[in-house]
Ligand binder design. Structure first.
Ligand code: NAP
Length: 275
């Protein structure tokens, strides 16, 4: 291990680490967990992270084929990728994900808290308790629990070497999503507040915590809410007159993870074409 202990500024030391990888060979790459990395923004983050030298653990909940395809693309680059099934809305799922972190890599340097869902378009007066509990279990409690497990592995308070967490929020946190998904918007508001609080809590322990708020991004999430054309339909309402791409969000995430962002914590970055 040539990496020095954290300097308390949360710098990721991407080029100096030496540790065993899953093949048993020496590795100098930091380890990144991306939740919900089988598709959409998470998959784009996983790919870009691998291109920039990270070893990546790809979490998915049900689409194993998609997770395997992302891992294969990363391995084709000569980088290291593993996959792990786990529902971030449950304690069992989170336990499985972090067991994979420990067993496959033995350390953790970054977490992208990306897994998230919308539900069918509905007014608040049509929303059931079951819907709200699922929405908050995955989009809020799951993110807080994943961050908690990451802090236990990265914080100098727990013997870690520092690291970086990026929470994926949404412009919905600011806009409110009236008539579509106010529950989702409220959950993303909680993610923003959590980002600021956790960032301040662990700032002196070598862990930086930031968030990205994507705007309208062209992924499968809109179809899962019953609006497959949502990105196209809303493009004219975006000041830049188009939906964004998962790659454009991933660029912001990778910046926040990187040593170039060594003095950036508690920041929420809009990636929304001005929306
Ligand atoms: P997406 O295309 O629907 O992909 C969702 C990903 O999350 C998939 O990999 C899915 O896994 C995984 N996932 C869903 N529920 C999960 C759970 N309970 N546990 C673990 N993984 C789970 O979504 P996306 O558009 O990329 O969205 C990613 C994040 O960006 C979300 O937090 C979303 O709220 C946020 N966001 C998106 C937009 C947008 O316009 N697209 C805008 C603002 C914010 P499987 O493949 O196994 O189903």
């Amino acid at each position: 291990m040539t990496r020095q202990a954290s300097n308390g500024k949360g710098d990721l030391m991407q080029d100096k680490m030496e540790r065993p990888n899953p093949d048993g060979a020496a590795s100098k790459s930091p380890v990144l967990l991306v939740t919900g990395a089988s598709r959409g923004i998470g998959a784009a983050v996983a790919m870009k992270a691998a291109e920039q030298g990270w070893h990546v653990l790809i979490n998915y909940v049900s689409n194993e084929a998609a997770a395997k395809a992302v891992a294969e693309k990363i391995r084709a680059l000569g980088a290291v990728a593993e996959i792990v099934q786990g529902d971030t809305g449950t304690e069992e799922g989170i336990a499985a994900i972090f067991a994979a972190v420990d067993e496959k890599f033995g350390c953790l340097d970054g977490l992208v808290n990306n897994a998230g869902v919308v539900d069918q378009v509905a007014r608040v007066d049509e929303m059931s308790r079951e819907r709200l509990e699922r929405m908050f279990a995955i989009n809020v409690v799951g993110k807080i629990r994943c961050a908690s497990e990451a802090v236990k592995r990265m914080s100098t308070r727990h013997g870690g070497k520092g690291g970086s967490i990026v929470n994926i929020s949404s412009m919905a946190a600011v806009l409110g999503s009236a008539g579509q998904y106010v529950d989702y918007a409220a959950a993303k508001g909680a993610v923003d507040t959590f980002t600021i609080g956790l960032a301040r809590e662990v700032a002196a322990e070598g862990v930086r915590v930031n968030a990205v708020r994507p705007g309208i991004i062209d992924t499968d999430i809109h179809a899962s809410g019953g609006l497959p054309d949502r990105a196209k339909d809303l493009a004219p309402s975006v000041p830049m007159q188009r939906a964004g791409t998962a790659d454009e969000v991933a660029e912001a995430v990778l910046y926040l993870l990187s040593p170039q962002a060594s003095y950036v914590t508690g920041t929420i970055m809009n990636v929304s074409g001005g929306r």
